[in-house]
Design a binder for this molecule. Structure first.
Ligand SMILES: *Cc1c(COP(=O)(O)O)cnc(C)c1O
Length: 360
C-alpha cells in the first residue's frame, strides 16, 4: 500500500529522543527553548512559542490577542475543524467566507464582505501548503484595523512574495505526524510582537510568568523536551523534504495534467507551495478514490464536509451556503506526495489514474 502520508523518522530522531530520556529531564526545558529559537529563525520572526498541538497554537494566538466573547473572526469553512473550533474555544464567533475555486484558500473579496463592527480578526488558512492571498489579506487587516492570525498548520516553509507564511501576522503551526514536519503531537505560535509572545507563554503555563503567581486564566499547553528533540531534527530536514514534495508534485502534474476530467493543483505567481497535500479535483471523486484504493494506493479527502456543514456547526445555527467550499468537498482528492515516495510509486499512481480515466 502506498500511504497518503508517512512521517519520516530515522536514527537521528531516535537518538535525540533517547538523549532526552537518559537525561531524566523530560518536561519543557532547554530543547524546547532551542527548538523555539531555531523555528523563529527559520521563519524570519522574532519569537516562537512551542505548544502541544496546532490547535493549541491557534487557541493561544487568539487568546493572546484578547479575542473573546462578542468578537467575530473571519475564516475559511474549507479547512480542518480545529481552525474554527479554536475561535469557539475563546467564546468568539467564527464567521465563514467562501474560498477561491483554484487554490481552495479564502477569497479576500468575500472575506471583506463579512466585516462588521464586531469583526476583530481575520484568519486565513494556507491550505494544502499553498499560501493564501496575503497581499490582499494584509491590506484588509491594515485598512480595517483587524488582527491577522494565520493558520499555517499545513504550510511549514511556504512563502508568499519571498516571505514565509506565519510571519505576516501571528502564525500557528502544527507538528502532527502527517504534517510536513512532526514532533509526534506539537505546535508553534510565531510572532514579531514581544507582547503577544509573552502572553502566549503565560497562556501556555496556567496564566503564569512566575511560578505560582497566576495573573490570568491559562492552560497547560506545554510541549515536552521529548517532542522538541524530534522537532529540532525534523526542522533540519524540512527544506530537503519540501524539495522532494515539490519534485513529486511536479512529476504528478506532468503525468496527469492532460488526463480528462481531472484538475491538477496550480501554484500562483509569487508563491511557493510546499505540497502538504497534492489535491486534484474530479467530479467522479469517490469512484477514482475507490479505484486507487483497490490498486493499493492510499488517498485522502481534505475535507469531505466543510466546517459550516458539520453537525455541531449546524446545531449552532450556521445555515449560510458556501457553494464553492461545498462543491470542493465533493470533488477534492489528495494523492500521495510525501517525501518517501519512489519514482516507481509515482509511476504507479499516475499510471493507475490514467488507466481509470481510460476506462471511464
Ligand atoms: C492539523 C491542522 C490543525 C490542527 O493541528 P493539530 O496539531 O492537529 O492540533 C489546524 N488547522 C489546520 C489547517 C490543520 O491542518
Amino acid at each position: 500500500m502506498i500511504l497518503v502520508a508517512k512521517p519520516q523518522l530515522d536514527e537521528a530522531e531516535i537518538e535525540a529522543v533517547s538523549d532526552v530520556l537518559r537525561s531524566g529531564m523530560i518536561a519543557q526545558g532547554q530543547r524546547v527553548t532551542d527548538f523555539e529559537q531555531a523555528f523563529a529563525e527559520y521563519n524570519g520572526v522574532e519569537h516562537a512559542v512551542a505548544v502541544n498541538s496546532g490547535t493549541a497554537a491557534l487557541h493561544a494566538a487568539l487568546l493572546a490577542h484578547g479575542i473573546g466573547k462578542g468578537d467575530e473572526v473571519i475564516t475559511s469553512p474549507f479547512s480542518f475543524v480545529a481552525t474554527a473550533n479554536s475561535v469557539l474555544f475563546t467564546g468568539a464567533t467564527p464567521v465563514f467566507a467562501d474560498i477561491d475555486a483554484g487554490t481552495f484558500n479564502i477569497d479576500p473579496d468575500l472575506m471583506a464582505e463579512k466585516i462588521n463592527p464586531r469583526t476583530k480578526a481575520i484568519m486565513p488558512v494556507h491550505l494544502y501548503g499553498h499560501p493564501a492571498e496575503m497581499d490582499a489579506i494584509r491590506d484588509i487587516a491594515e485598512d480595517r484595523h483587524l488582527l491577522l492570525i494565520e493558520d499555517a498548520c499545513q504550510s511549514h516553509g511556504a512563502t508568499y512574495g519571498g516571505k514565509k507564511v506565519g510571519s505576516f501576522g501571528t502564525g500557528a503551526f502544527s507538528f502532527y505526524p502527517t504534517k510536513n514536519m512532526t514532533t509526534s503531537e506539537g505546535g508553534m505560535l510565531t510572532t514579531n510582537s514581544k507582547n503577544i509572545a509573552e502572553k502566549a507563554r503565560m497562556i501556555r503555563a496556567h496564566g503564569s510568568a512566575q511560578r505560582y503567581l497566576h495573573e490570568m486564566l491559562g492552560y497547560n499547553l506545554r510541549m515536552t523536551d521529548i517532542c522538541a528533540a524530534i522537532g529540532l531534527v525534523q526542522l533540519q530536514k524540512l527544506d530537503r523534504y519540501t524539495a522532494k514534495r515539490q519534485q513529486n508534485a511536479k512529476r504528478l502534474t506532468s503525468e496527469l495534467q492532460d488526463v480528462q476530467n481531472i484538475v491538477c493543483p496550480t501554484v500562483k505567481k509569487g508563491c511557493s507551495h510546499v505540497f502538504h497535500q497534492y489535491t486534484i479535483r474530479t467530479a467522479k471523486r469517490d469512484d477514482l478514490a475507490a479505484y486507487l484504493n483497490s490498486k493499493g494506493i492510499g488517498t485522502g479527502i481534505h475535507y469531505p464536509i466543510p466546517i459550516h456543514r458539520q453537525p455541531y456547526y449546524q446545531e449552532l445555527g450556521y445555515t449560510d451556503s458556501m457553494p464553492i467550499s461545498e462543491k470542493a468537498s465533493r470533488e477534492v482528492l489528495s494523492l500521495p506526495v510525501h517525501p518517501q515516495l519512489t519514482d516507481a510509486d509515482i509511476d504507479l499512481i499516475t499510471g493507475t489514474v490514467r488507466e481509470w480515466s481510460g476506462n471511464r
